[in-house]
Write a protein that binds this ligand. Structure first.
Ligand code: FAD
Length: 821
């Protein structure tokens, strides 16, 4: 088998070696700069708390598998996890977390203050209002697990080389060929997996790969013995649950009769790993590169707060403390995946002990089978935009991530800074209209326009927005109702610039697209738009895209994000290498283009005065594109809609954007044209049954389950995932994406809430919005195929059950096939 070199023998590197070996790989070498008995990375001092429930399904699944594996290694002390609330807001957050637990299959119990104190008698009733208990959480014996994994994998043939820093990566013609070490020369390799933890940036720099990771100091102390806990636990052992007091940025675990206290409430202290110096020959608690000197002043607030929460600590002192170093990323997720600039170089970094075995399993699945059973798009190393890779951006956002690590974050909450990194040419006009912006991928995206508030008085009763609870009312304005109403009854302009556009060109362009997509591209005529899917080998959906044929050899693609760009670029490279006469170029043209959706039944009245070209349905039917001039501006328009209304997507180059906006707005004035934001867009999208990639679709679902099999050409063969699709088409899906409408007509959910069928969790909400046209909140969810239209289900929202009905789609307008294709 191929020669694998893993850099780093922390909890991640050793787990990956183990997962690869168990899948039959051999020829694996792990190179570690420190001594194997205590390598000196973050794992060597990690207190090992494992709280499994996370808003992310994938992260929770990583944690569940880590617990399973640590139990099998006998390196897990399953004391349970208790999260307590001091504030009413946290109490509500814990209810939400309980919902996530139910959605992801992790049992948890909401507790009263008294129940918390029964489980954890050291708690002060004065401080605690209630809590959430997760019986399967506990303590990882991370350093011991590493030793067991080293022993087990060594026996299975993995070669470990200690005290050997990797100093360079060897490559030839864009492929990894080995690693260079400081003291043992070169080690040849076909695959290098960088598991260097907080040293990730330095390892990435060896191949000019920016790793968006920031090592940060984080304080941890041990108290002297708590008199009442003497003799209760063996040394360093725990019997009380692990405890989190997130309102105060604190967590706790027992070490025998001492208490360990972790604190995130201090000032951010970023570290440059390169400045830590060489790992010593003998690593010890007092001499370890990942441990910095304790800064007692920073711990003072934690000490006071801890003694308020756990009064027994008033009889103790701080015995020892250190500032440990751990890795943060701009969005808090791990970094997993292949380097875009060097074949055979793989990264698995910024991983907590909590997620380590889960991440390792995903990496091993990816490497051995080409796909991970969990959707890891949100963890992909290449998920960041170019602007998000600058060292300044990484440093600022990671510091913010440190400050907010235990904060209650609303799913729509944008960061305060850095902002306005990417703006469409319409930005100035949008600001004039009082746009409220949210941010995605660095783009400023209007959510609604304050200028439309004047429409609220005119909104008919049927469309009037219903009052919302305080959580779903955040980052929301009733103005969205007026914008949805205007879209359905007149016309609206939506800024679609942030949708990523690629240009795929060259003599191999058609064959590349033909090989990667589910619909027939090769025979589509110029001017035709094809809505199609990208699948993995098992038929999981990895993207949904629009392909417009601009000429015989040129296609414009509307895709989902950086990962699609990476995928097309890599596949184009492979094809070009294999058959140079079929070379293909893939360019990301997003920054140079801008795009508007002009939709509504008056869209044609808006368009008529500003173009001399024929844009009638006869000349430009659904799913067709055409080059025209709008007020003299060259534009490509496509008859396409995401909101179930007639109209066009209009694209031009960025320099023409402002003039395009002005021309349309001016023309639309007498027809009631408004600018509308994403809040209305989401509502209209759900009403038409259009699926959103990343929320309603991911690699964990196939097109039959997601209800998008209508974009598969059944006669087509030879594309990625085709074999799987042929098999899947012979069977009935076990689960299907369904549309729910909420019975009380007012309870808006936000996503990820568990959905109960006959009292048992049957799925979770993948996306949701208030459907203004239908006068009811709407939610998408995957449910067992045995659930039928008209069946009643329940959604758990803040601990209460909301009744909903499975409703046939689309709720509004044209069928999916007509709107999308
Ligand atoms: P590491 O353990 O750092 O391993 C990386 C290895 O790579 C190191 O051994 C290093 O020597 C080696 N290496 C680096 N560069 C080279 C090179 N050039 N050549 C050769 N070898 C190299 N997580 C939790 O889940 N729960 C907790 O309660 C928890 N508490 C924490 C408390 C503190 C104070 C800190 C600092 C972290 C805590 N963490 C916790 C985070 C957790 O410890 C880390 O995320 C995890 O240990 C990282 O594992 P790793 O294998 O990626 O990195």
């Amino acid at each position: 088998s191929q020669r694998v070199v893993i850099i780093g023998a922390g909890i991640v590197g050793t787990n990956i070696a183990d997962e690869l070996i168990s899948r039959g790989w051999s020829n694996i070498t792990v190179v570690e700069q420190g001594p194997l008995s205590m390598p000196g990375g973050s794992t060597s001092h990690a207190p090992g708390l494992v709280f499994q429930i996370n808003p992310s399904k994938t992260m929770s699944a990583f944690a569940q598998y880590t617990v399973e594996k640590l139990l099998s290694l006998e390196c897990f002390n399953q004391v349970g996890g208790l999260e307590v609330a001091e504030t009413p807001e946290r109490l509500e957050e814990l209810k939400r977390k309980h919902g996530y637990g139910a959605s992801w299959g992790i049992k948890s119990h909401l507790l009263s203050a008294d129940e918390c104190c029964q489980i954890y008698p050291l708690l002060s009733k004065e401080v605690v209002r209630g809590g959430l208990f997760i019986p399967t959480d506990g303590l990882a014996l991370a350093a011991a697990a590493v030793q067991k994994l080293i022993e087990r994998t060594s026996k299975a043939g993995v070669r470990y080389i200690e005290k050997t820093p990797v100093t360079g990566i060897q490559q030839d013609s864009g492929r990894v060929t080995g690693v260079l070490t400081k003291n043992r020369g070169a080690i040849p390799a076909d695959l290098v997996i960088s598991c260097g933890g907080l040293w990730g940036v330095e390892l990435g720099a060896m191949i000019d790969l920016p790793i968006p990771l920031q090592p940060m100091e984080h304080q941890y102390v041990k108290t002297t013995a708590i008199p009442t806990r003497k003799g209760v636990n063996p040394p360093n052992w725990a019997s009380l649950p692990i405890l989190r007091h997130q309102d105060r940025d604190l967590y706790y675990r027992e070490h025998g009769d001492q208490m360990g206290i972790g604190f995130y409430g201090h000032r951010p202290m970023p570290v440059v790993a390169a400045s830590l110096g060489e790992t010593p020959e003998h690593v010890s608690d007092d001499n370890m590169p990942s441990r910095c000197a304790f800064t007692p002043k920073d711990f003072e607030p934690a000490w006071k707060l801890s003694r308020d929460l756990l009064p027994a600590l008033r009889e103790t002192e701080v015995a020892t403390g250190f500032n440990g170093i751990m890795s943060f990323t701009p969005d808090g997720g791990p970094l997993i995946g292949t380097a875009p600039n060097l074949d055979g170089f793989f990264v698995a970094e910024a991983v907590w002990v909590t997620h380590s075995a889960g991440v390792a399993r995903a990496v091993a699945q990816l490497l051995t089978t080409g796909r991970s059973e969990l959707d890891i798009a949100d963890c992909d190393l290449s998920r960041f935009e170019q602007v998000q890779l600058s060292p300044a951006y990484v440093k600022e956002t990671c510091q913010q991530g440190f400050v907010e690590v235990y904060d209650i974050i609303h799913p729509l909450q944008p960061r305060d800074s850095p902002r306005a990194l990417r703006t469409s040419p319409f930005y100035a006009r949008q600001r004039e209209l009082g746009a409220f912006f949210l941010e995605a991928g660095g783009w400023e995206r209007p959510q609604w326009y304050e200028a439309n508030s004047k429409l609220l008085a005119a909104v008919p009763d049927k469309w009037k927005p219903v009052p919302r609870d305080s959580w779903s009312a955040q980052f929301y304005s009733p103005i969205a109702a007026a914008e949805a109403w205007k879209t359905r009854t007149a016309a609206a302009l939506f800024d679609l610039t942030s949708i990523r556009h690629l240009e795929v060109s060259g003599p191999g362009a058609a064959s590349l697209l033909q090989a990667l997509t589910t619909n027939d591209i090769s025979s589509t005529p110029v001017g035709r738009v094809t809505f199609t899917l990208l699948l993995d080998l098992k038929g999981g959906i990895i993207s949904d895209i629009f392909v417009t044929r601009l000429s015989q050899d040129t296609f414009q693609l509307a895709v989902n994000g950086p990962l699609d760009f990476k995928y097309f670029s890599q596949e184009a490279k492979k094809q070009t290498k294999k058959s140079p006469e079929r070379w293909t170029q893939v360019r990301d043209i997003t920054g140079g283009t801008c795009c508007l959706g002009l939709w509504g039944h008056l869209a044609k009245e808006v368009m008529a005065p500003v173009t001399l070209d024929d844009v009638s349905e006869a000349s430009l039917p659904f799913s067709h594109a055409k080059k025209i001039h709008i007020s003299g501006i060259p534009a490509t328009i496509t008859r396409l809609s995401f909101v179930g209304e007639p109209g066009w997507e209009i694209c031009t180059s960025a320099d023409n954007g402002l003039r395009l906006w002005d021309a349309l707005m001016q023309s639309g004035q007498k027809h009631g044209l408004i600018a509308a934001g994403r809040s209305a867009f989401e509502a209209l999208r759900l009403e038409t049954g259009f699926r959103s990639f990343g929320a309603d679709m991911s690699s964990e679902y196939n097109p039959f389950e997601a209800g998008v099999n209508y974009v598969i050409d059944p006669s087509k063969t030879g594309y990625v995932g085709c074999e799987a699709i042929k098999k899947l088409s012979q069977t009935q899906p076990q689960k299907r994406l369904r549309c729910l409408t909420i019975d009380d007509g007012r309870s808006v959910v936000l996503g990820k809430e568990p959905v109960y069928v006959d009292g048992k969790v049957g799925g979770y909400v993948t996306s949701a919005a208030f459907g203004y046209t239908v006068g009811k909140p709407i939610a998408h969810t995957y449910l067992p195929a045995s659930v039928h239209d008209g069946d009643s289900v329940e959604i758990e929202y803040f601990g209460r059950r909301i009744k909903a009905t499975v409703t046939p789609e689309p709720l509004f307008g044209l069928s999916k096939r007509q709107t999308a294709n």
